[in-house]
Every structure is written in C-alpha cells, then in structure tokens.
Design a protein around this ligand. Structure first.
Ligand SMILES: Cc1ncc(COP(=O)(O)O)c(C=O)c1O
Length: 360
C-alpha cells in the first residue's frame, strides 16, 4: 500500500466537536465560536447576485475585496492577501517559513491549529508558558531557540479569550530576532476593536503578519474568507504556495458587502458583548471562576476533568454542544460560545446543576 510521508503518518487529524449528521435544527451549537447572528442581509444579496456567473473562476487576486478592506481600514491594498478562511493562511505561513530545521513557537494554550499547521510542515512545535491563561511575552522571548522560525500568537486568544495590549505585542516584536516571523492572529479582533489598540502598523516592521477573518464578528464562517496584512517580501513567498482561486466568487462578493456594512458587524459585536457579560455574571453567581473574555465565547473552569466531562455529556443529552478543552491541556475546562440569550441560559443552568451535584 502507498505510505504517507512519516510526518503525516504521525499526525492525528484535527478534531472538531462531533455534531450528529443530518439537519437537526433543535441542536444548539455553542461549540465553534460561530456568530449568534446570520450575515447582514446585504451580504446575502451580494452573494446571491453573483451566483449566475458561477461558470467563471473567481478573481485570483481578490482585487475588489482588497480595495474594500484597504479603504475601510486605511491600509495599503498591496499588503493584503486573502485565504479560504484564515486556516488557509495559517497553513501556508507554516509551509513557507517552517520545516524540519525551522521550528514554530506558540503560547501554552494557543489555538490548536497552530500545532496542526506545524505538523503538516514537518516542523517542531515549541510552547511558552502562559500566566493566568494570558500570553506571557517574557516567557515567549525566553523560549526562543536557534532554529525558531515563526512565533504564532492569537490575540485575543482561543480558547482562553484573554488578550495582551498593543504595547506588549510591540515589546514581543522588539525582543524577537529579526529573522523570526511574528504572526498575530486576530480572528476575534473585531470584538476588541473598541479598545483602540490596532496592531496593523506592525506590518511595517517587515517581519510581522496580522490575520483577520470574516468567520466570527461578520457571521460568515460558512463563506470561508480570511485575510491578512503581509510585508511585501513575505506576501511574495506566500503567493508561491497558495492555491490559486482559493476564495470563491460568491465569497468574495459577500465579503465586500460585509466590509461595506460595518454598522451591522458592530451591532453584532455589541449584542454579543452584552450577552457575554450577562452570561459571565450568571456563571460567576453560580460559583464559576472566569477570566475576562474579549471574544464571543467564555472559558469555564469546571474544577476537574471528570466534572467537565460529565457536564459536557449532560449538555449534549439536552441538545447543547460546547467544546471540551482536554486537547489544549485544559481538561477541567469547557469553552462555551455566546449564543442567543435563552440558549446561554439553558446551558448555564445545566452547568450550575452539574457543579452542585459534584459538590455533594
Ligand atoms: C484563533 C483562531 N484563528 C483562526 C480561526 C479559523 O478561522 P477561519 O474560519 O477564518 O478559518 C479560528 C476559528 O475558530 C480561531 O479561533
């Protein structure tokens, strides 16, 4: 039989929460950090309007989407690359800048796909200690070794939900060797934009990449559109390994409309933030410890792995899915996406019940 490359054979497939097959609309998914609102009606209209031209390939340079993003965020369109979700861009970055003799470094409880992308690139994955589930810049700098090629940091973090300031990110960049590529994944950046700490300018360092996505605040996970700011020399290398035509014409049209309907996305962030704060208060009232979240989810400490497992099973029996965190080294924790008010409340009441039963 044909054998895979040894580094692929060693890999475990990337796991998501098991969602029963079929179209069960009674299931409440609070497991994938999807938006609690559908995309803007303008997005749906724009996507529908290009369907009849689907015999054509999409624009491989995402020209209009880049212009829309550049105009909106006051950026240079030349620095923007788009991906089939930001996962696509993360995978390409790892393939271009890491390999058997160039390792990747990330914080202890980093987004698990950073590790998968590292394994796909046949590189070594190193981790740096976090403090209070928050990125620790000094620990990252102390963990750099001679062959470190990339440092990946999600800010805000997933599954932690915590964030570090723009000043801390700059301190990280300043402390890293210039040959190390720093990748700041801002998949949840829109939920923290109100803090006014954009790190987009860091792309000018020439060795920093900033990633964003339409999957979270824009409610467009199904369209699969991510984008990033890349220094020109980095972008040129990325282009060599990226699949051409990676973002469908429908998705490009949808993303352009989304950028032009900022108001809708901001409303989604406000609604989400308010519901997150309500959920946080209810969880704290029920005796749970929580770190502040700057995202559309909360990470709940269930006390121990067994209680977390029982609670996840109890939620599942009641048709509610959340994300266990054993794979990230936090087996005592569950991550709950902020959904509709009644869904959050239903989940919290089951979690509180599990906690009470465990205390008995
Ligand atoms: C930190 C982080 N980065 C990237 C992604 C992937 O996003 P996309 O849907 O754009 O591929 C996620 C999705 O959950 C995420 O949490």
């Amino acid at each position: 039989m044909t054998q895979p490359m040894p580094h692929v054979a060693r890999m475990a497939p990337y796991t998501l929460v098991k969602v029963p097959a079929g179209d069960d609309h009674t299931l409440i998914s609070l497991s994938q950090n999807e938006s609690l609102r559908p995309p803007s009606p303008k997005v749906v209209k724009a996507a529908s309007s290009v369907l009849t031209r689907s015999m054509l390939y999409p624009d491989p340079d995402w020209t209009e989407l880049r212009l829309a993003l550049a105009q909106h965020h006051e950026l240079n369109a030349e620095y923007i690359l788009c991906g089939n979700g930001s996962l696509d861009l993360i995978g390409c970055i790892a393939r271009v800048f890491a390999g058997p003799d160039r390792s990747i470094l990330a914080p202890e409880y980093a987004y698990p796909f950073f590790r998968s992308a590292t394994q796909m690139a046949n590189a070594r994955f190193d981790i740096a200690r976090e403090s209070f589930l928050t990125v620790n810049v000094k620990a990252i700098l102390d963990s750099v070794v001679a062959d470190t090629g990339i440092v990946f940091v999600a800010n805000p973090g997933n599954p932690t939900g915590t964030r570090i300031s723009g000043g801390e990110l700059e301190r990280l960049r300043a402390g890293l060797r210039p040959d190390i590529l720093l990748v700041v994944d801002e998949a949840y950046g829109e939920f923290a934009d109100h803090l006014g700490e954009s790190c987009f300018d860091m792309v000018n360092s020439g060795n920093t990449v900033i990633l964003r996505t339409f999957s979270k605040a824009y409610g467009m996970a199904g369209f699969r559109v991510g984008w990033g700011l890349f220094p020109p020399a980095v972008a040129a290398e990325m282009r060599k390994v990226m699949n051409p035509n990676n973002v469908s014409a429908v998705s490009q049209a949808a993303a352009i409309a989304a950028v032009q309907d900022e108001k809708y996305m901001r409303e989604t962030c406000e609604i989400t933030t308010q519901l997150r704060e309500e959920a946080t208060t209810k969880l704290k009232d029920a005796g749970f410890d929580l770190f502040p979240s700057f995202t559309n989810f909360v990470l709940i400490d269930m006390g121990d792995p067994e209680t977390a497992q029982n609670a996840e099973a109890a939620l599942r029996r009641n048709g509610i899915l959340v994300r266990p965190q054993g794979g990230v080294g936090l087996p005592h924790a569950l991550r709950m996406t902020i959904g509709a008010k009644q869904d959050n409340e239903a989940a919290i009441s089951i979690l509180a019940q599990c906690k009470k039963e465990h205390a008995r």
